[in-house]
Design a protein around this ligand. Structure first.
Ligand code: VG1
Ligand code: CO
Length: 542
């Protein structure tokens, strides 16, 4: 039986960089999940009788939210829901399933790299039939719906068993519980030279993959240890836990410090890798050599023709604006375009659909290609394995060789977390107001060449997205970018991105924080970060 429940508009916050993210207790409020899911369905048209894909990263509240989605999808008139067993689907696997089974769309329950557990974060994101995050047009409609909602519709029924593979029905809608790994593993086998990678492992290549007690564990175990023959125990923290074992499932040098320390120590394995809560980010560390995500994108783009799925070459590269210009240099050499988009994977969708770009990446540890419409952590790891297997070189050698050919873009991101939201807004607003007067001004030895507030003109649908980050370019080619995070759940996070190019191969293997010291100092004084936020140093440096 379908019940119509009266409700009132909720806080209606606009879905951020990657869907709606809030603390778990916020989602646990009566009607909260229901209100958002109804707002999503109200913003869509023509889904009756069609398929919806549902799954999440296994974090706390995943199962409860999935039951609500199932019952509301049945009430809305979807014909079928495909749900990952145990409610599990990594973000890239969800994208893969949506595309392969030509679903109408999907709902992904995750707060990505944010911590989980009863006091951690939760999130809901809608993905379209192409498999990617909903574009702004739809997220704007969802936002509008949250402000006017007055009722939602839900089926009254017992909870659906999502732990047994197979098909059941819920108020006339088919519920298909699927193996979360199968479709994704099949796709990876089509893209990569599994024979060459398996030979690498047989030949004694060693690896550690840290799944951070999050969703990638089952995928990595099945593919790396199962299919490719990596030694048992290669995958650590391989069980998805509701609280991620109390860890912060963000694969960076702060939260994956154990892995980093291992890779820098005597006797390190050949490759260290990690993925985040929902499996779309990646961390790549060779023995004694960390690869920054911006560099990884460039190195993958330069080498990905070595993987069977990309042997015809790549049509174009796309990177988010704050991502370093390393990929641009590869594009230049390959005589293809490098597109610069706002932060967030949703902006790559059109470029991938139109065939303008084959590979995309973000400085925040996201890399992916046209195989799905999300960034894909394990894909990036398999790509590196494929490249290493074919080239027969270590990660460190590949990195050094790349810099020697293309130069090195020294790069760092400084995050000031949980800053007072109005102080952060004012800091950005005041700097924005000063942009026009900056060109020509000198700070120490650094002269500003131009400064702007990044706006994106989508070359496919012509849409324009403004206010995507303040950019300050210096006459020596360096750059500082400021933007506020759209994924945080407490206060504001100010992200400062700092970059400087080095073409001289004798100066390419230095410590980025030292090389960038002057720019870093200026990045703090220019908008008076200490005075306005009370912070003399960032909380996280990546
Ligand atoms: C951050 C990253 C961005 C990424 C987004 C989602 O956004 O900077 O590059 O796309 O997280 O990543 P923000 O607005 O906090 O800077 V995750 O792994 O959702 O999926
Ligand atoms: Co993620």
């Amino acid at each position: 039986m379908i019940r119509t429940v009266a409700t009132t508009p909720f806080d209606g916050q606009k879905p951020g960089t990657s869907g709606l993210r809030k603390k778990v207790p916020v989602f646990q409020q009566p009607h909260y999940v229901e209100n958002f899911v109804q707002s999503v369905f109200s913003s869509l048209e023509g889904y009756e009788g069609k398929t919806l894909v549902v799954g999440g990263d296994g974090r706390f509240y995943n199962r409860e939210a999935i039951q609500v989605v199932l019952k509301m999808a049945a009430a809305a008139g979807f014909g079928r829901v495909m749900v990952g067993k145990g409610g599990i689907l990594s973000t890239p696997a969800a994208s893969c399933v949506i595309r392969k089974h030509k679903a109408f769309g999907g709902i992904i329950l995750s707060a990505s790299h944010n911590p989980g557990g009863p006091h951690g974060d939760f999130g809901i994101k809608y993905n379209i039939g192409a498999g990617g995050p909903a574009p702004e047009k739809i997220t704007d409609a969802i936002f509008a719906a949250t402000k006017t909602i007055h009722e939602y519709r839900i089926v009254e029924a017992a909870d659906v068993d999502i732990d047994t593979l197979g098909t059941t029905t819920l108020a006339g809608m088919t519920v298909e519980v699927i193996d979360p790994v199968a479709d994704y593993a099949e796709l990876m086998a089509q893209l990569f030279d599994f024979g060459a990678i398996a030979k690498l492992f047989t030949g004694g290549f060693t690896m550690r993959f840290d799944a951070m007690s999050a969703v990638t564990g089952p995928y990595a175990k099945a593919i790396l240890e199962g299919t490719l023959g990596a030694a048992p125990g290669t995958v650590v923290h391989g069980e998805p836990l509701p609280d991620f074992g109390g860890h912060h499932p963000d694969p960076n040098l702060v939260h994956a410090k154990d892995l980093y320390d291992l890779m820098m120590a005597e006797g390190a394995p050949d490759l260290g890798a990690a993925s985040d809560g929902d499996g779309d980010r990646n961390l790549i560390i060779g023995r004694g050599r960390f690869v920054t995500p911006s560099d990884s994108l460039a190195m993958i783009a330069a080498n990905m023709h070595l993987a069977p799925g990309y042997k015809a070459g790549i049509a174009g590269i796309a990177r988010s604006m704050p991502t370093s210009g390393a990929a641009d240099r590869v594009a230049e050499k390959l005589c293809i375009k490098c597109y610069e988009t706002p932060t967030g994977w949703k902006f790559f969708g059109n470029l991938l659909d139109a065939g303008f770009a084959t590979v995309c990446g973000e400085e925040s540890a996201g890399t992916g290609s046209n195989h799905v419409r999300e960034k894909d952590g394990l894909w990036a790891v398999l790509m590196w394995l494929n490249i290493i297997a074919v080239r027969g070189e270590s990660v460190a050698d590949i990195v050094r060789g790349h810099w020697a050919t293309y130069g090195r873009n020294y790069y760092t991101r400084h995050d000031y977390e949980e800053v007072d939201a109005s102080a952060a807004d004012a800091l950005v607003a005041d700097l924005r107001a000063r942009l026009a007067e900056l060109p020509g001004q000198s700070f120490g030895g650094l002269t500003v060449e131009r400064a702007d507030d990044f706006a994106y003109h989508d070359p496919v649908d012509g849409s324009v997205t403004t206010s995507q980050g303040l950019r300050i370019f210096f006459s020596n080619g360096s750059r500082i970018v400021y933007r506020l995070s759209g994924t945080g759940t407490a206060g504001a996070t100010l992200r400062v991105y700092i970059e400087q190019f080095e073409g001289d191969s004798s100066r390419q293997d230095l410590d980025p924080q030292s090389v960038l010291a002057d720019l870093i100092a200026l990045s703090r004084t220019l908008p008076d970060i200490p005075g306005r936020t009370g912070r003399s140093a960032p909380d996280v440096i990546t």
